[in-house]
Design a protein around this ligand. Sequence first.
Ligand code: SF4
Length: 511
Amino acid sequence: MRVHALFEAFLERLQDRDGGLALYALHAPEAPVRCGAGIASARSMTAEAFAAAHREVSENGAAQLPRFVAGPLREHPAAAQERVAWFEVEEQHTQRRLYVALGVRAADEELRVVWCTPSDEILPWSFEDGLLQSLADYPWLRRCEPVAARALLDAGYFRRYWRPPLAISTLPDTRFSCQMSSACCRHDYEITLPPEAQLLIDALPWARLAPPLAGTRLPVRTDGMLQLKSPEETCRFLGTDSHCRIHQALGRQPFGACCVFPFSFARTPEGIAVALSPICGSVRRGLGIAPQERIEDLRERLVHAEPRSCEVFRLTPERAIPWVPFRDIEKGLCDCLAAEDLPLRRRLYVGARLLGALAEGSPIEVATWQDEPVPPLRDDLRAAIHGMLARLLGWNRSVLRELPREIPADLAQREASDPAMLAAILRNTLYSKVYSYPLDLTSAHNYLIVLYLLALLMQRSSGGPLPPRMWRELGSLGVHGLLKTMLNEGMPENFRTLLGRSEFGVWLLAA
Ligand code: SF4
């Protein structure tokens, strides 16, 4: 079969729900095809299993799967065992014209499909380049939006031309552009990848890119996921020039966690709320462009994210509230944190008083709360809170363990030396909903106050402006959610029930 006929047969069978067996037969044994939620070589599954899955995916997505019609062959492949042919194609639902590259291999005097991927233009790809670009669309094969893809061709089409139609909201004054600090590739968190990421890693031209990485096999975890990096590791794909080798080779980032960072997504009844991680220095310093100016980029990243979501919104552990008051209270707390004319400690105090008034149904008296003295704290409560903070410092985190364990007696008189940066971290933590979704707004605000106190303890230890690793630690504890685990372990039993009460926030500020 000549290459044009092969491509027409490929499209015809791809778009026929009963064409699975014939479609399978057009592939080379090593061709990456859909296998369950991921991809695997055609030879690793039977034709019957492939055909059954093809029928199911085709039926489920009948209305939204693209419908391609082959146009003329635009670039003739050189007569070699492995060839790349470029076709003009029209997608019928949208009448969009695009190009599709087909990578074929000649075997036993027959041409077989190895890969097939769309493009906006004809590019000078080698067979290996096209295979790599096709494999890099695997995250879109895993997603079921807008519908599950039949093949990497559909996945590539969705990546280029489909975006979740969701309204995106952000805090008003956040900024980010990547400054290549590579802090994200060194930070002490774990990154895992689905199994098919290994196919992509295998397809990278390591001999040219970084010969020592040739043959890299990522460790397989007990849950079947691949471990890109453990918390103690710097990612092996980070080059000495602080460039990601994967990104360099592909011109884009295919791995979900890398693609999403430094954004954090939370689903709301109105769309998606986007917060930023202060682990990134560019975010902390407010460098770059506002998220609202990169909405298309955010929609693409959103595909890789597992947005936080919530069934029931709560003001306190016992009190469910509708979304609109939850949203408005969260905004009130964020606005309060941004009130630069007040010391940060007082902003947190006003927030705690606001939450208390809302819980009790008493009057909102912000002007009074701004000036009233913080009530004195009983000595036994102060000792218990200092004990809780000391236990947090003993947690297995290198930055925390290097801080002195004894809590200064004048903690309640101390203030943040860089309130703007710390307030931005606290606002992003609240806006990310990392604590307010699984818990409630009052508990989440109390977590912010604990973060504030930890920042004061870091400040005392550093003796000056906080170094980047301390800011990053505050980011890990905040937007990345580590404080929840730590507080669960470090909190005295009788304090746990207090966490969702606003008076506990006032006590923390008086301790
Ligand atoms: S794959 Fe690239 S972006 Fe992701 S952690 Fe490694 S070096 Fe960083």
